[in-house]
Design a protein around this ligand. Structure first.
Ligand code: DGJ
Length: 785
């Protein structure tokens, strides 16, 4: 709901209130964002900044307002040159280096629903029943420039989205240096700033630090939203726990360079800005033209980061993801990449596909290497026609075989790239992003295609749609494997290369809109060397994203935990891969790889034809378990109970359905403790009045994992690494412990369950929990009353 009373704008969602007012000078003073305050208890006098005395060295707004200091007000937007020396949300150069601006309110309107954005940005959606929008127009007191701020309140998600639009009503071109999507000024500074940082194969590790006087920046200058610093950030009140305490979350519906800046002022006020990164941006705005910022997404919860991320999850599943795959259970896939890399034949693919179908997979994905003359990563990007040497019967034949096996067929592409060794480069060298006369830098032996150009997008649309029709695809993995360099375009529309990256992102969105409209039933998965572009912009077109190339079970605890803070499990591609893992060489057990991958969209990415009989049985059981619980594992409410990102050796995650009649709990440990103490499952998310049956999913324990100890029970000697040991491990495995409880939700929340003893070197029986390093269990809680 959004209303205005007196000079106060009141925005509310199910559990939150957002307030600001118009000052006597026409500026917008931010008053409050937090837990619901009823409209009739709003007291403007109590909430407003008091201004009866000047501030030493402060710049007063003007002679008539000698005690109004914009530099010490919480504001909804800010400019330079009128006394607010904090980082501003709007910066325009309008002639001879001048930047001073002063926007004051002219008018506003409140409408049900959310008007579409313009200019080709990705954006959320909502109808008259789910959201309300406030649009406020401000005008510079001197120049013919308008700024429109828009706020959309999504009632059920506890989310408010924001964007800013600049209108150039003057008769000359102005240059936009910065236009933040959101400014949020807070009047308390005891917050922690939480960001999700990393690099290739270690994306979105959570970091938290207390605010200090001055500026902290989380940004990307790579051209993509990046694995380095995701645009999703949080402010958590110091002293909060994962499920308790005030928390503000902020994200951006954008896939290019972004910046989230937090500034703590000398007066203890905090400013959060998010938007396109001004460090790599400038935009020529012609006379009578307008420019809109990407949409920012804001949420508040008093239930800690779990509460705030649940709000994000609800919002993304309901208002970002669209099309037939919205809330549709995602298929279990097998991808050939780590099974074969570039080295595959038709026969090998069919063998993998047959085995996949036997184990219960629903989608077979052919990854990189099927086109041009591509046998490694040095050639052929841009030549999207099948490699006849590898696939002599063509893509359509392969697709037919996969469909005959009862599975969907998926294909990998990397359309935004060009290899110098390609037919495309021979024909169109100027389509490659490079500066004339300067040797271009390379990433993975490849270069960017200039997506700011319409002719490039037309080429891609045609060749991709022809190929996808021919191959009768059901799924597309859209990869993107390098960051930006040597920015230059032969596109005659571009006069200022500060526009390049934003125009590239808009070009990409245009191409994706056309392709997703032309293939409405295809499931798209976005990928960028794993999770280098995991953002809300891409999720507007593609309902899921490949979370990371790193599928090591231990690393995935950190990667998936960090990613889940901003994004729901339904968006996170999670695969079981080989052991030793190809990224870390770490050995982990097959069931633990599954237990962790199950918290996301499950896939397998290893040569399943080479699994032992025991392992195949284990995978079959995993897939059937996943299918039975997939609605919860993809769309349930997810909470992090014990964080990987803490000093604890244990990690506990919880996911449950809406009525809490079924809960699934991951218990994982980093290292195997020697002579361990008691492990306890204390779960606060259960229904307090419910009685639950609790039991672990049965797992297989490979005989090899107990090594030489097997000889304590074996009638014949089995030496480590011997053929006998291989044969035995192929034929039999140990069953995991039998454990079963009937407990109330109240007991679970307040006392918890003391679990069976872990193996500690003193014996073994049917009750012993054998977990080992990086071991885990999945516990099932079923309500029975
Ligand atoms: C990077 C992706 O993240 C991988 O999953 C795989 O598709 C390779 N590219 C293929 O080149």
């Amino acid at each position: 709901m959004i209303t205005k009373k007196d000079q106060c704008f009141y925005l509310s969602t199910k559990n939150t209130t957002y307030l600001f007012s118009v000052t006597e000078t026409g500026h917008l003073e931010h008053l409050y964002y937090g837990k619901t305050i009823a409209p009739d208890s709003i007291n403007l006098e109590a909430l407003s900044e008091k201004r009866s005395l000047p501030i030493g060295t402060g710049t007063a707004y003007d002679n008539a307002h000698k005690t109004l200091f914009l530099g010490n007000l919480c504001l909804e937007y800010s400019t330079m040159g009128k006394g607010d020396c904090r980082e501003s949300s709007v910066d325009i150069e309008y002639g001879r280096g001048m930047h001073t601006l002063d926007f004051t309110v002219k008018d506003f309107r409140i409408l049900q629903g959310k008007p579409r954005t313009f200019g080709g940005l990705a954006e959320s959606y909502g109808d008259k029943e789910t959201c309300t929008t406030l649009e406020i127009t401000l005008k510079d007191t001197c120049l013919p420039i308008r700024l429109a701020l828009s706020y959309t309140a999504f009632e059920d998600s506890d989310v408010i989205t924001r964007r800013s639009t600049l209108f150039n009503d003057s008769d000359r071109t102005i240059t936009i240096r910065n236009l933040a999507s959101l400014q949020l000024d807070l009047d308390e500074d005891d917050w922690n700033f939480v960001t999700f940082d990393g690099a290739w194969s270690r994306e979105r590790y959570q970091h938290e630090r207390p605010l200090m006087p001055g500026i902290m920046i989380n940004d990307s200058k790579t051209g993509v939203s990046s694995a380095e610093h995701n645009p999703c950030v949080f402010l958590t009140k110091q002293g909060s726990t994962p499920s308790n305490g005030e928390c503000i979350g902020c994200n951006l519906v954008y896939s290019g360079n972004h910046r989230e800046l937090v500034e703590t002022s000398p007066y203890g006020k905090v400013r959060l800005l998010t938007g396109i990164n001004p460090a790599t941006f400038s935009w020529e705005l012609s006379s009578q033209d307008r420019f809109q910022s990407p949409e920012a997404v804001l949420t508040f919860s008093s239930l800690g980061m779990n509460g705030a991320s649940n709000n994000f999850h609800h919002f993304i599943n309901n208002h970002i993801v669209r099309g037939p795959w919205k809330f549709r259970e995602r298929p279990v896939l097998v991808n050939n990449w780590e099974a074969t890399y570039f080295n595959f034949s038709e026969d090998k693919l069919i063998a993998l596909a047959k085995q996949s179908a036997e184990l219960g997979a629903e989608l077979f994905v052919l990854d990189d290497g099927w086109f041009g003359i591509r046998n490694d990563d040095t050639t052929s990007l841009g030549d999207w026609t099948v490699n006849p040497k590898k696939l002599p019967s063509g893509l359509s034949r392969l697709s037919l075989e996969i469909h005959r096996l009862g599975m969907m067929f998926g294909l990998w592409v990397e359309p935004e790239m060009i290899s110098v060794e390609s037919e495309l480069y021979k024909k169109h060298p100027d389509w490659m992003v490079a500066i004339p006369g300067r040797t271009p830098s390379v990433g993975r032996n490849q270069h960017l295609l200039d997506l700011t150009r319409l002719d490039v997008r037309e080429y891609l649309f045609k060749i991709l749609s022809d190929t996808w029709h021919l191959a009768d695809v059901n799924y597309i993995k859209w990869d993107m494997n390098r960051t930006f360099s040597d920015l230059y375009s032969a596109n005659s529309e571009i006069h200022n290369h500060g526009e390049f990256i934003h125009r590239y992102v808009l070009g990409l969105y245009e191409l994706l809109s056309r392709l997703t409209a032309a293939f409405p039933n295809v499931l798209f998965e976005s990928c960028a060397s794993g999770g280098n572009r995991f953002d809300l912009g891409m999720l507007c077109f593609m309902p899921q994203t490949w979370t990371s190339d790193n599928t090591d079970a231990l690393c995935r605890l950190y990667i998936q935990e960090g990613t889940s803070c901003g994004y729901p499990l339904s968006t996170m591609g999670s695969h079981v891969s080989a052991s030793p893992n190809h990224q870390t060489l770490r050995k982990t057990d097959l069931d633990s790889r599954f237990n962790i991958a199950a918290f996301g969209v499950l896939g397998y990415e290893l040569d399943i034809t080479k699994l032992t009989r025991q392992q195949k049985e284990a995978v079959k059981a995993q897939i059937s378990f996943y299918k039975a619980h997939r609605a919860i594992l993809q769309f349930g409410t997810f909470n992090r109970i014990k964080l990987a990102n803490s000093s604890s050796n244990q990690v506990v995650w919880l996911v449950h359905n809406a009525d809490k009649s079924e809960l699934l709990v991951l218990f994982a440990q980093k290292l195997n403790p020697s002579n361990p103490g008691t492990d306890k499952l204390r779960i606060e998310g259960a229904h307090l009045e419910a009685i639950y049956e609790v039991f672990p999913r049965q797992q297989k324990i490979d005989l090899k994992s107990i090594g030489d100890l097997i000889n304590q029970i074996s009638p014949f000697a089995i030496s480590e690494g011997s053929k006998t040991q291989d044969a035995l491990s192929n034929a039999v495995s140990l069953d995991s412990e039998i454990e079963h409880y009937r407990v109330s939700g109240e007991l679970l929340a307040n006392a918890g369950i003391k679990l069976n003893q872990q193996f500690g070197g003193t014996g073994y029986n049917a009750e012993t929990r054998v977990l080992g390093d990086f071991g885990s269990r999945l516990y099932i809680f079923k309500r029975i009353n």
